[in-house]
Design a protein around this ligand. Structure first.
Ligand SMILES: NC(=O)c1ccc[n+]([C@@H]2O[C@H](COP(=O)([O-])OP(=O)(O)OC[C@H]3O[C@@H](n4cnc5c(N)ncnc54)[C@H](OP(=O)(O)O)[C@@H]3O)[C@@H](O)[C@H]2O)c1
Length: 247
């Protein structure tokens, strides 16, 4: 089957949290949603809920840390469509907030495998489908914790949260976003953070044990904004729902 009419989007880690909410919101626009989930059972349950709400959704088994899984996901999506309009690299791992003195390369590697190598694996595998789209967009779901400006601001709580893996992985993802944007100008590559950086807020999800003060709908505002941006939209920027934030 070839789908050439609807806008198509793949979202990684879309079985819950911000990924699922982004799937719901973009699906409600009439888009075809490829819902990535590393666990088939959780993915099928999430996709069934969206389908019940009238959304055109296809569950795609996708573990971003596995080359084989990502390759198979690209093959599966390619069976349904000849182009991918939007890729949202959302899947993320928080790490264990290990203090820098105790951090090991193994712990950091595991977080990088999801947060850094994952988006590269997925982007690389889906580039042919993205390049076949008229106006392709890639949204990297980063974090304010990956911003040097935020982490070095003593007023930001994250400046006192001592760890290496998560913040440095998102800083790497930010640079990767900029480098893709520069090298591939026909594809809009942007980084977003789901919180309100100026207000020190983030969205309540499992990742933060639901301590966030924003809803998942508010948390996905920046994702939806850049996923739906027009062909004259930005590339190589870093924003939250209130606007651009410093790298
Ligand atoms: N919540 C916030 O305010 C906030 C702030 C800054 C950044 N972020 C970023 O937002 C993104 C989404 O996080 P969230 O808050 O929605 O957390 P969440 O509810 O814990 O969702 C994380 C998602 O990532 C998936 N995932 C983890 N490892 C994966 C892998 N190897 N392959 C595929 N999927 C994987 C999880 O799947 P399972 O269900 O199988 O574990 C889950 O679907 C992350 O990149 C996070 O760093 C969130």
């Amino acid at each position: 089957m070839t789908n050439t009419e609807r806008t198509t989007a793949l979202i990684t880690g879309a079985n819950k949290g911000l990924g699922l909410e982004a799937a719901r919101r973009l699906g409600a626009l009439g888009w075809t949603i490829f819902l990535g989930s590393r666990d088939e059972g959780r993915g099928k349950a999430a996709a069934a809920r969206l389908a019940d709400a009238g959304i055109d959704v296809i569950m795609v088994p996708l573990d971003v840390t596995s080359d084989a899984s990502v390759t198979e996901a690209a093959r599966l999506v390619g069976e349904h469509t000849g182009h991918l309009d939007v890729l949202i690299n959302n899947a993320g791992a928080p790490g264990n907030a290990v203090p820098p003195a105790d951090a090991t390369a193994d712990e950091i590697h595991a977080v990088y495998d999801t947060n850094v190598y994952g988006p590269i694996r997925v982007t690389h595998a889906f580039l042919p489908l993205l390049q076949a789209a008229e106006h392709p967009r890639v949204v990297m779901v980063s974090s304010a914790a990956g911003s040097f400006a935020v982490v070095t601001d003593p007023d930001q709580p994250v400046s006192k949260l001592h760890e290496l893996a998560y913040s440095s992985s998102k800083a790497a993802l930010n640079m990767i976003t900029v480098r893709y944007a520069q090298a591939l100008p026909r594809i809009r590559f942007n980084a977003v953070t789901p919180g309100e950086t100026a207000n020190h807020t983030f969205a309540a999800t499992d990742m933060n044990h639901h301590t966030g003060r924003l809803t998942v709908t508010e948390g996905t505002d920046s994702i939806v904004e850049l996923a739906t941006a027009g062909s004259d939209g930005p590339t190589g920027v870093f924003v939250d729902r209130l606007g651009p934030i410093a790298w």
